[in-house]
Design a protein around this ligand. Structure first.
Ligand code: ADP
Ligand code: GLC
Length: 490
C-alpha cells in the first residue's frame, strides 16, 4: 500500500510530545512490513536545510482564496532505507521557532493558515511527485484538514480511490479559531454549519476531521471508549458516538531501537532483565550525581518526564500550598527528579521546590538525553494524568524496569497492572481518583513496598521489562484497518 502520513511533528525532526514519536515509529514499522510510506510535514526553522535535498522547482499551493509558494525538501527517515520525509518550506509560515507556538505565544494566530498550507500542500506534493497514496493518514487537529480536503475537493484523478484515516492523539487540542480564517482553508462555506465544521461560530479543525474522515482511530482501546462519554469527550462525544462504528482504539507501540535499555546510547550503563539490578544501580548513581542528590542506592528515586500541562496532573503534584510533592519529599525518605517544561506557574513552582527540598531536583527545559537517564536511573515513574490517550513514558518506564505510578485512565489503564501486595503480582501502582492526598498515599505505598517488600519490587521489575510494546503488533492492526477501508473505494 502507498501511505501518506500528514503530521505537524515527526521525530527526530520536530517534537513537542508523543505525537512525533508515534508518527515516526508507526511509519517505520509499516515500511518494514513492505509498504510504501511517506511523511509530509512543515520545515520548521530549526530543521537544517543543509542536511536535506531540495526537490526541483517551486510548489504553488492553493489555500482557499490565496496561493502560497513553497519549496519542498526531503530526506530519508534516519535508520531506514526507503521512507522519505518531505518538508514543506515556506519562510512566512514555518520559518520561526515553535511548532504551534512559543512560550510567549503558545498558539500562533496564523495557525489556521499554516496548517492549511500543510494539508493543501500534501495534495500538491503528491501531484508534484506523481505519486498517489491509497491511504492518507492524518494525525491530530493540525493535519485534520487533509481528510476534509480529500472528501470534499480532491477525490478524483489520482485520489479517486484514496481513503482517509484520522488518528486522535489528544482530543484536548482541537484547533479552534475565528471563522475569519475559513476562506484560507479551501473548504466551501456550505460546510460551515453546526453539524459540519462550525463550532459556536468558530472553526474547529478536529471536529471537521472527525466528521470527514473515512475511519477514525485513537491511541488506546480505553481512550476510544472514554472519548465517547461526556466526561472524556471535550464536547465532541456526540460526534464520536455517532461514528463509533468507524472508531478503533489501537495502542501505540514503542520504538525499541530508541527506547531499549540493552542498547540505549544515552545512558552510562546498558542492561537487560538479567542485569537489571546492577544496571539500574549504575544509572541511578549517575542520575543522583547529575541532579545533585545524595548518592545513595537505598533511597527510592521517583522520576517524572512531562509536558507541564494540566492534563498531566501538575496541579495535584506541584500547585503552591496544595500540590503533594512538598509533603511527600518532606515526610518520606525518598528522592524525586522532574524533567519538564510548560506552564510558567508550574516552572516557577518547580524552582521554588528546588530551593526548598534537598531530595528534590527539577530540570526545566527539554532534554532528550536526560529523559533517557531518568527512565534508566529512577526506581519509580510518576504519571498521574487526568486523561492520557496512550502515554509513552509509562511504557518506556516498564521496559526500563522503572515501576510506573499512574492514574487508571486511557492508555495508562491499558498498559499497567496494579501491584497486588498479597501475591507480588503487577507492574506498577494505580490510583483511581486524582487528588494530592491520593497521590501522597500511592507514592507512600510504593515507598513502603520499596523498603519492606524488596522481593516484590524485584519481581515486578522483571515482569515489567518482559512486556512487549513493539510496534509490529499495532502496525498490523493499522494494516488491517487500511485494507478494510480501501475496500469501500475499490
Ligand atoms: P504527550 O504526548 O501527551 O506529551 P507521551 O507520554 O505520549 O505524552 O509522550 C511524551 C514524549 O515527550 C515522551 O517521549 C517524553 O519522553 C517526551 N518529553 C516530554 N517532555 C520532555 C522533556 N522536557 N524533555 C525530554 N523529553 C520530553
Ligand atoms: C498525545 C497524547 C499521548 C499519546 C501521544 C502519542 O500527545 O497526550 O497520550 O501517547 O499523543 O499518540
Amino acid at each position: 500500500m502507498r501511505i501518506l502520513m500528514v503530521s505537524a511533528e515527526a521525530a527526530p525532526f520536530a517534537k513537542t510530545g508523543g505525537l512525533a514519536d508515534a508518527v515516526s515509529a508507526l511509519s517505520i514499522a509499516l515500511s518494514k512490513l513492505g509498504h510504501d510510506v511517506r511523511i509530509v510535514m512543515p520545515r520548521y526553522y530549526k530543521i537544517d536545510r543543509a542536511k536535506l535535498t531540495k526537490l526541483e522547482g517551486p510548489m504553488g499551493v492553493p489555500c482557499g482564496y490565496t496561493e502560497e509558494w513553497t519549496a519542498v525538501y526531503t530526506t530519508n527517515m534516519p535508520g531506514t532505507e526507503k521512507l522519505p520525509v518531505y518538508f514543506i518550506d515556506n519562510e512566512k509560515c514555518f520559518g520561526r521557532d515553535g511548532v504551534y507556538g512559543v512560550p510567549s505565544d503558545p498558539d500562533f494566530s496564523d495557525n489556521p493558515f499554516r496548517f492549511s498550507l500543510l494539508c493543501n500542500g500534501a495534495f500538491q506534493l503528491c501531484r508534484k511527485l506523481d505519486w498517489y497514496p491509497d491511504i492518507i493518514h492524518a494525525h491530530d487537529w493540525s493535519a485534520a484538514l487533509a481528510p476534509v480536503l480529500l472528501r470534499f475537493n480532491e477525490r478524483h484523478g489520482g485520489f479517486a480511490h484514496t481513503a482517509s484515516v484520522f488518528t486522535i492523539h489528544n482530543l484536548g487540542y482541537q484547533g479552534v479559531y475565528s471563522k475569519h480564517s475559513y476562506p484560507l482553508l479551501g473548504i466551501d462555506w456550505q460546510h460551515f454549519y453546526s453539524a459540519g465544521f462550525e463550532d459556536y461560530d468558530r472553526i474547529n479543525f478536529l471536529k471537521s476531521g472527525l466528521i470527514s474522515s473515512d475511519v477514525l482511530t485513537t491511541v488506546s482501546p480505553t481512550y476510544a471508549r472514554e472519548i465517547q462519554t461526556p466526561e472524556g469527550g471535550f464536547g465532541l462525544d456526540g460526534i464520536l458516538r455517532s461514528r463509533s462504528g468507524d472508531l478503533r482504539g489501537i495502542l501505540n507501540g514503542v520504538d525499541t531501537e530508541v527506547w531499549n535499555p540493552s542498547k540505549d546510547t544515552c545512558i552510562p550503563k546498558t542492561y537487560t532483565a538479567r542485569t537489571v539490578a546492577s544496571g539500574k544501580a549504575a544509572n541511578k548513581k549517575a542520575l543522583q550525581e547529575q541532579m545533585g542528590l545524595e548518592v545513595n542506592p537505598d533511597i527510592p528515586l521517583f522520576g517524572i518526564v512531562t509536558r507541564l500541562v494540566d492534563q498531566k496532573g501538575i496541579a495535584e503534584l506541584f500547585a503552591p500550598t496544595y500540590g503533594s510533592t512538598y509533603s511527600m519529599c518532606a515526610n518520606m525518605r525518598m528522592q524525586m527528579v522532574v524533567l519538564g517544561s510548560g506552564e510558567s506557574w508550574c516552572e516557577n513552582e518547580l524552582r521554588t521546590l528546588n530551593n526548598s527540598l534537598s531530595n528534590f531536583c527539577a530540570y526545566i527545559g527539554y532534554n532528550e538525553k536526560l529523559s533517557h537517564l531518568i527512565e534508566a536511573g529512577s526506581d519509580f515513574f510518576l504519571m498521574p494524568s487526568h486523561y492520557e490517550p496512550c502515554g509513552l513514558n509509562q511504557m518506556y518506564s516498564l521496559l526500563y524496569g522503572t515501576l510506573p505510578i499512574v492514574r487508571r485512565t486511557g492508555g495508562l489503564a491499558d498498559t499497567v497492572q496494579n501491584y497486588n501486595e498479597a501475591t507480588g503480582e503487577g507492574t506498577g501502582f494505580i490510583l483511581d481518583y486524582l487528588s494530592p492526598n491520593s497521590l501522597y498515599d500511592t507514592v507512600g505505598w510504593a515507598v513502603y513496598a520499596w523498603y519492606n517488600k524488596k522481593d516484590h519490587i524485584a519481581q515486578m521489575r522483571k515482569r515489567a521489562m518482559a512486556q512487549n510494546f513493539g510496534w509490529d503488533v499495532s502496525a498490523k492492526q493499522y494494516v488491517d484497518l487500511y485494507e478494510s477501508v480501501l475496500k469501500r473505494f475499490n
